[in-house]
Design a protein around this ligand. Structure first.
Ligand SMILES: [Zn+2]
Length: 186
């Protein structure tokens, strides 16, 4: 008889553990996110930043717009692969449009430290590489806009984040911080 009671107790305990696991997972989904999901989120958020900015600048991204018009063109230098050597000016030019500081510039698997504020944002706080070129604009939706050198993920001008082979990534649930997703083809 005692054995049966013990078995029942064990099942109840197990049930409570399972319930607690699912309860915590649903209550704190962000803390459970994989580095891949975090990186995807970062790039997706940066895509929103870029596209919002471009909306106010005739579909052009900051690296194709003069500093006189709020862009960063004169401050951009391309490396041999067509990426910006330093992208701080590009991101900082979007500050007015973005407003709140979410610091999505560091891939979670990068050893770089996150900047605490817009003012502190420097190269050493940025993982993602910005792809330069006059053909990189909102209209050319298949152009690479941003690249994670760690995961190989690509942010396209369309706002989509894809893998190296340009395959769609799993549909990670959106982070709770983001309340304003951009409709596609906007
Ligand atoms: Zn990454």
């Amino acid at each position: 008889m005692k054995t049966i009671v013990r078995i029942i107790m064990a099942f109840i305990l197990l049930g409570m553990c399972v319930w607690t696991y699912f309860y915590l997972r649903n209550t704190f989904p962000v803390s459970q996110r994989s580095p891949e999901a975090y990186c995807f989120d970062n790039m997706w958020v940066l895509g929103v930043y870029f596209r919002e900015w471009a909306e106010d600048h005739g579909g052009a991204f900051p690296f194709n717009v003069s500093t006189n018009d709020g862009g960063a063109r004169e401050l951009c230098e391309s490396d041999q692969d067509g990426f910006a050597k330093d992208s701080v000016a590009i991101f900082k030019s979007m500050r007015a449009n973005v407003g709140e500081f979410l610091s999505p510039w560091v891939c979670p698997l990068d050893s770089k430290k996150r900047a605490a504020s817009w003012d502190n944002l420097m190269s050493k706080n940025i993982t993602y590489r910005v792809h330069l070129g006059t053909n990189v604009n909102v209209a050319n939706t298949n152009e690479v806009l941003l690249y994670c050198p760690i995961h190989g993920y690509l942010l396209l001008s369309s706002g989509d984040v894809v893998d190296r082979q340009r395959k769609a990534l799993p549909a990670y649930p959106r982070p709770f911080l983001i309340t304003k997703p951009k409709p596609k083809g906007d």
